[in-house]
Design a binder for this molecule. Sequence first.
Ligand code: HEM
Length: 485
Amino acid sequence: MSQRVLTTESGAPVADNQNSATAGVGGPILLQDQHLLEKLARFNRERIPERVVHAHGSGAYGHFEVTDDVTAHTRAAFLSEVGKKTELFLRFSTVADSLGGADAVRDPRGFAVKFYTEEGNYDLVGNNTPVFFIQDPIKFPDFIHSQKRDPFTGKQEADNVWDFWAHSPEATHQVTWLFGDRGIPASYRHMNGYGSHTYQWTNEAGEAFFVKYHFKTNQGVRSLSAEQAAELAGADPHSHQTDLLQSIERGVTPSWTLYVQIMPAAEAADYRFNPFDLTKVWPHADYPLQRVGRLVLDRNPDNVFAEVEQAAFSPNNFVPGIGPSPDKMLQGRLFAYADAHRYRLGVNHTQLPVNAPKAAPADNYGRDGFMATRNGSRHDRNYEPNSYSGPRQTDAPLSAPLAIHGWTGTHAAPEHAKDDHFFQAGELYRLMSAAEQARLVSNIAGSLSQVSRDDVVEKCLAHFAAADAEYGRRVEEAVHALRAD
Ligand code: HEM
């Protein structure tokens, strides 16, 4: 193989990559050393803003294969036929810490999938938890501030974490989930993924359904205890990244089976709780899991920065037959992600290879901007309507319309018979084995006992007691014992 030549960014050969050009031996450096100037300046620009949440993560490519007929419920082309395969990219992440944080921590995990479908990219940006901490996007920046590093101490503070939850009783279900066994997955391969929100599917006849997505890991769910995680986070901070990378390199391809719960749209209004409330699950007895297909990861990215850091997932990337529900949290997210991408990566982030549609090229009248690489043909018009053969709208709505009644205003959620913040948290506690209940109580107490204000502790204890009297009493006893120490 012939020797490759080192070049500048403009392709000219570099004569010396070890010694800067100087005025005489030992003299000052010359401004004319283009290679030195370019090398230092370019290095200064290597970092870009990290994601404001989910900054730390890992990604891999793979495919999705339909195993069951779902055409009665959605007309999405990539789900239209048993056996059909669609390429995808999946990014896993932790939520609160910055880029480079430890993997084995108690935190929800992101589970963001980009399906490169023939009708454009479909992004399902979920977590490993079926529920979330809040019900309204207006609370999200405050929530995240309370979980990320404190502006004074520069680290996560139990005072802030629990103060926010003390004022957010709706978080009790997700807090119970987070401090239970599944709060620290053993690896990205050993956890489930959930769309979490309710989404809308529409079939060929225009009938609407509400759906929830569940990706069940075929590796089995495995978790770490608080003690195991503390040790691993110190010994191997990149444990999840190493596990995913090595497993795929060895050809041990991780996979998940996708199931959906399907609710006919007409049943939503009278369901016993708000089916669009992200703090609640739909019991499987009401809406059983129906299998859709299999997701496999089989290829590592070649370059983590180019493909994982620059990956941009947005919950508003839908395809025909799949759309949003009126979940307020989801509605807020429909704005937040593409806005974050324009800030973090620029207006042309959709032209980066990992983000560009692969099976359906983008064709529109958007033009120019920083770093534009998409050129139309030289005869393309950049306006519409036009008398030439430019792209035209389809006139076919992507999803079914929603009937809306009432007045504008800052309303609380619509009332359903069983809307409260606690009953599902209590059900989750009662579902746990005695050993898991004990670990849950000990995990919560370990964190809550670090809070300095009694009123914050009392408010949180009241939430656990409202979920289940025994749960509340046990957490209270454990917290008081630790605080007495
Ligand atoms: C990342 C906002 C709730 C899952 C992000 C990012 C923003 C954001 C701005 C960074 C995007 C980027 O720079 O690429 C919000 C807002 C929320 C919300 C405003 C609530 C109103 C949720 C929920 C879930 C979720 C409920 C899961 C069900 C994720 C994931 C990522 C992420 C997985 C990382 C995506 C990736 O791997 O690039 N969120 N988020 N978020 N969010 Fe949310």
